[in-house]
Design a protein. Structure first.
Length: 170
């Protein structure tokens, strides 16, 4: 299981520099990162969907998803990472902050009073989309939440969705 996850992760990391190269020079930094988010999330969703059938139990699927998502980082400042939830807002994989992994975050509110996981799940249920909210930025000197724009998509054939986000101050 871990070998397959590592191979999928390596393939994605190799593809990251190639994604969106044709027009990234014409895009702003934020727009370029949002374009990258769409491409990597879609690639990961399709790739995970193709492998998930090999895992028959929920614990095996969860372990595989975590093994896949945990080591992946992207963007030059390494703030890009994948998160995975069930459509019912149960967190499956979350590298930042790790202590929320395995918890149902349906009632989680950000510092502005928004319910980001509800909004992310709703976007995924509609086929995918962007959601703006506030979250703690990995590696930031402060634990103050920062504006984040995330893109999510359902993982086809499953009850999961995957996403990543861009911290708007980057």
């Amino acid at each position: 299981m871990k070998k397959v996850a590592v191979m999928l992760g390596l393939c994605l990391i190799i593809l990251l520099p190639l994604i969106g190269c044709s027009n990234t020079a014409a895009l702003s930094g934020l727009d370029s990162k949002k374009e990258t988010a769409v491409a990597v999330v879609h690639s990961a969703a399709v790739g995970l969907s193709g492998v998930m059938g090999n895992y028959k139990t929920e614990p095996d699927r969860v372990n595989f998803i975590r093994a896949y998502a945990d080591p992946v980082r992207f963007y030059t400042d390494q703030t890009g990472y994948f998160f995975v939830y069930t459509m019912d807002s149960l967190n499956v994989a979350l590298p930042n902050p790790k202590e929320l992994e395995g918890q149902n975050l349906y009632n989680h509110q950000d510092s502005k009073g928004n319910y980001p996981i509800r909004s992310l799940a709703a976007a995924a249920k509609n086929g995918g989309g962007f959601v703006e909210y506030y979250w703690i930025k990995p590696g930031a000197p402060s634990t103050e939440e920062q504006r984040k724009i995330s893109y999510v998509e359902p993982i086809p054939g499953t009850n999961y969705f995957i996403g990543t986000g861009v911290y708007a101050g980057n």
